[in-house]
Design a protein. Structure first.
Length: 119
């Protein structure tokens, strides 16, 4: 398990090393500056300080993004299960900001590019 945290350490998490990370061009991911590591709920350990965690719900899928209110780091997001317009089932997931992992060589992790702004 790799550990990660926001800059001030108020929000911490642990998860297996990501096999890939996602660079998405949607307005939310771009402005937050994140690289997304996706996990099934229950496979990550979140050690959060709720009074210093600010949620932001966005989009028709009701994805909720969380950032540390103390240092401003984008920490994680939560997405419920949903079905695409084509009928493809997408599972619920927790999305960690891979830039916050300690000791992870991001240059060695394959990056999946998603054109979220135009798709």
């Amino acid at each position: 398990m790799l550990r990660g945290s926001c800059h001030c350490g108020a929000q911490r998490f642990a998860a297996p090393a990501p096999e890939t990370v996602t660079h998405c061009t949607c307005t939310t991911c771009t402005k937050r500056g994140t690289l997304a590591a996706y996990y099934a709920p229950g496979t990550v350990q979140l050690d959060l300080t709720p009074e210093a965690l600010t949620p932001y719900a966005w989009g028709d899928r009701m994805m909720t993004f969380f950032h540390c209110a103390t240092c401003g780091c984008a920490v994680h997001a939560e997405a419920p299960a949903w079905t695409t317009e084509d009928g493809e089932a997408r599972p619920a997931r927790v999305v960690l900001n891979a830039r916050l992992f300690e000791g992870l060589d991001l240059a060695a992790v394959p990056v999946r590019h998603v054109d979220g702004r135009n798709d």
